[in-house]
Design a protein around this ligand. Structure first.
Ligand code: SAM
Length: 221
């Protein structure tokens, strides 16, 4: 779907971000966030969301009855998330923080039941990915879960060709507009396992370009 290429443009215009991602992923990003919440969130859970953006998953999880701590480095995205949380009437269950992945060491050990990140790891450096996964594991209670959705490189040749043909012009436009770019986050399940998780679900949608990954924190007993 090459959504992360469009994302950099959309993130500079948060008021258009949700509609843009829905359109550009043909609804795949919305479906994946909803699935993550349906599969993994239960009332009363404590959820940590990395890179919450405009708060789409935050609101879904809080509506399900979870207590959500969500952080992002972008002030405009967080401002939009704040508005959505208020409009959804879930402010009492949501705590939004202006924070980067680098600040994850401040969260307490074993204080969350679920860590979620959708369309974020593709924007992180490889060091940040390792750091984020290490601290995700640390902040989860025993047998807590990690839920990730992100852009990946398709595996089959046909899907690769379609994806590549769409991605190249987008890459150029995005770089021209924002001087930034993103990379599909390949090898994520290996990194997740190395950080101390057991991968339970790993599925691809959207022409093989969107990964849905669920992992459980390994316990020593
Ligand atoms: C493509 S958006 C995804 C937003 C949201 N999770 C979603 O599903 O729509 C990526 C988000 O990650 C945030 N982000 C990028 N690098 C980050 C970092 N190092 N720490 C925290 N957030 C970061 C961006 O500000 C942006 O809001």
């Amino acid at each position: 779907m090459s959504s992360s290429i469009y994302m950099k443009v959309l993130e500079s215009q948060p008021e258009r971000y949700d509609r843009g991602i829905t359109l550009l992923s043909l609804g795949a990003a919305d479906r994946a966030r909803r699935r993550l919440v349906d599969d993994l969130v239960e009332p009363g859970m404590r959820v940590l969301e990395i890179g919450c953006g405009t708060g789409a998953l935050t609101v879904l999880a809080a509506r399900r009855g979870a207590e959500v701590v969500a952080f992002d480095v972008s002030d405009p995205m967080l401002a939009m998330a704040r508005r959505k949380v208020v409009d959804a009437g879930v402010s009492d269950r949501v705590h939004l923080e202006h924070e980067g992945v680098s600040g994850m060491d401040a969260f307490e050990d074993e204080s969350f039941d679920l860590v979620a990140a959708t369309l974020v790891f593709s924007e992180l450096s490889s060091d940040e990915r390792v750091w984020a996964l290490r601290h995700s594991c640390r902040v989860l209670r025993p047998a807590g879960r990690l839920g990730l959705v992100d852009e990946v490189t398709p595996e089959s040749l046909g899907e690769k060709l379609v994806h590549g043909a769409v991605r190249l012009p987008l890459l150029l436009v995005t770089f021209a507009l924002t001087q930034t770019t993103t990379q599909p986050v390949d090898g994520l399940s290996r990194l997740v396992a190395e950080a101390g998780f057991r991968v339970e679900t790993e599925e691809r949608t959207a022409l093989g370009s969107l990964l849905y990954l669920v992992a459980a924190k390994e316990t020593t007993e």
